[in-house]
Ligand binder design. Structure first.
Ligand code: CP
Length: 309
């Protein structure tokens, strides 16, 4: 019996030495081929199932574009019209998809740990498209690729991650990825959303946005995750913008040549002002573009591991 776990991507934390760098190198190579106008067919005859049990725009569509660009077919699962509403377990749903000839499953789920549990029991490779507050590995890959595009090596670079760190799978995956690539990571946010225990991830916890900007080559603003917040954890939107939001005066205090990032969806006027999101320092839509290439790399690694450079 094949075990899917070896080619699965459930988190950045589980990647072995060199695997993070290999995925980024592969994403760059695939991007060059796509931009040169090459038609890719490495995954022709393969089928990828996209199971998104939480809303998504960027991740879902970019996995679909990525799979099709490699020649694969996509089965797009809709939770409201599938047999999960009749009580079928997710494991049984994935087993059905395997019976139908699926070669790889991409899962987003609101509960932390679900992709890992499925990957242990499935005989198919699985890619985590974001699980609860745990990890979002392909987001961290696309963030790293975007930073490397701007700076080359990340050795000696400082990335500040600001906002709702506690509930952010994006922050967690970046806290695992960026130090492995040589970057120093500072995190800041309200005490309720940026607890001191985060230092255990190997990052520096500073709380106030004004304490991190002058040191940052990149600032990654995070969305307040209202769907995961307890009552009273954040002030009003206007108060949050005043205390923790990135506006033009604050942006002017970043290091020269610094970039502004956001995984999106953005709450404009809450954590980021329009003047910043649409400024020349913003690489937010480049992040989305790079999402396709890192997801092509993750799919290729999952289904054609021998093809990894
Ligand atoms: N950044 C991100 O995961 O966006 P979506 O929720 O739209 O996929």
């Amino acid at each position: 019996m094949r075990s899917g776990i070896g080619r699965s991507l459930v988190g950045i934390r589980g990647l072995r030495d060199g695997e993070l760098e290999a995925l980024l190198d592969l994403a760059r190579a695939l991007r060059a081929r796509v931009r040169a106008g090459e038609t890719l067919s490495e995954l022709r005859g393969k089928t990828v199932a996209l199971l998104f049990l939480e809303p998504s725009t960027r991740t879902r569509f970019s996995f679909e574009v990525a799979a099709r660009r490699l020649g694969a077919e996509c089965l797009v699962f809709s939770s409201d019209s599938s047999s999960t509403v009749k009580g079928e377990t997710l494991l049984d749903t994935t087993r059905v998809l395997r019976s139908l000839g699926t070669d790889c499953i991409v899962v987003r789920h609101q509960a932390s740990g679900v992709p890992h549990q499925l990957a242990r029991r499935l005989e198919l490779p699985l890619i985590n498209a974001g699980d609860g507050i745990n990890e979002h590995p392909t987001q961290a890959l696309l963030d790293a690729l975007t930073l490397q595009d701007r700076f080359g090596s990340l050795e000696g670079r400082t990335v500040a991650i600001v906002g709702d760190i506690r509930h952010s799978r994006v922050a967690r995956s970046n806290c695992y990825a960026l130090p492995r690539l040589g970057a120093r990571v500072l995190v800041a946010g309200p005490g309720t959303l940026c607890p001191d225990e985060l230092a255990a991830l190997g990052v520096e916890v500073r709380h106030g946005i004004d304490e991190v900007l002058a040191d940052a080559d990149a600032v990654m603003m995070l969305r307040i995750q209202r769907e995961r917040l307890g009552a009273g954890m954040v002030p009003s939107d206007a108060e949050y913008m005043r205390l923790y939001g990135l506006d033009a005066p604050r942006m002017s205090r970043l290091r020269p040549g610094a970039v502004v990032m956001h995984p999106a969806p953005m709450n404009r006027g809450v954590e980021i002002h329009d003047d910043v999101a649409d400024s020349t320092a913003s690489v937010i839509f480049r992040q989305a573009e790079n999402g396709v290439f890192v997801r092509m790399a993750a799919l290729l690694r999952a289904m054609q591991p021998g093809g990894l450079s």
